[in-house]
Design a binder for this molecule. Sequence first.
Ligand SMILES: [Zn+2]
Length: 412
Amino acid sequence: MENLRISGERLWASLMEMAKIGATPKGGVNRQALTDLDRQSRELFTEWCEAAGCSVSVDAMGNMFARRPGRDNDLPPVMTGSHLDTQPTGGKFDGAYGVMAGLEVIRTLNDLAIETEAPVEVAVWTNEEGCRFAPSMVGSGVFAGKFTLEEIYAATDPDGRTFGEELEGIGYKGELPAGGRPVGAFFEVHIEQGPVLEREDKTVGVVRGAQGLRWYDITVRGRESHAGTTPMESRKDALAAAAEMIAAAESIAVSRPPHTVVTVGMVEVRPNSRNTIPGEVYFTIDLRHPEEESLADTGERLAATMKAIAERRGVVLDFEEIVHARAVGFDPQCVAAVRAAAERAGYSHMDVISGAGHDACYMAGIAPTAMVFIPCADGISHNEIESATPEDAEAGCNVLLHAILDRAGTAS
Ligand SMILES: [Zn+2]
């Protein structure tokens, strides 16, 4: 069992074939959720899985499960998978790699006539990206009980079409209930979508968890007045106050290395006139950290610092948290299985924390879960130039194979 290997060539060929569905002239993929292209990618996946001897089922969220039976089919399945939908200017690898890697594991088990103890399933989660229908990761989210079917069905795209209608429209509103069944373990392989593995020259990222996120909406209210006639000491300049707050937010992040990241990505100034002192400024803060405790502590520090600045400057502060996605720690045994698999195969590896959300983050709530990352060129993703090498794709899939065998067990 130690030296088993998947076929890197077959994996790559499947990835490139899948990337033709929704291919863009710049070499990327535009295959948004619940479009006709999404349907085509699902049909190709089904065709391949059935050819590999799997039965394919679809649940009420359109999540698909290709199942390879085990020796004991009463055991909960060891599951792997990711998503086939993409961003409008997406690449060939984000999502599709995790699905094709799962299929390649099945094909390899077939070639070698290996019977696992527990069944193995490859999942395709519906609408991971959330670009057409917000929010993201709803297929795995409903499966894991984070959202209800009804609220997701009611979501609308920019043209006013509902998720429920469109899911039915592509023929993938399945019979099975979404979720509510045990999963023995879940593994997801994915491109890193960041620069760390490439920078550190490592082939495999052993993902220990995903960072948490808090989003804040901040409004600073001062007083509009004439830029020429209002002396400096009698101003209530909302923008000057906001600028001090934004600089302080950056300093707070810098003073808490290495994982704290704070971003002010949006600022609106009112009335936005060159000769009126700004009366109101709205800005956003995106705060992330892999540990929940640190996330809370930095959030409090940001709020207290901004409050102090507002008081000193005589402006009114409205500081509101609008999103709190908790940090996720993956299952230590599944993480160890991934690390051991990379070790045995002789791949250079390092532990990492995911900077982005993935279906695995919701699955971690209901099943022992871990992820495998491989490098992507320049850390770029959600971009048509997104790129990974065949060698790295093969390495990640070999790690997946051994992690799955570890958890599913082999009948002998
Ligand atoms: Zn993805």
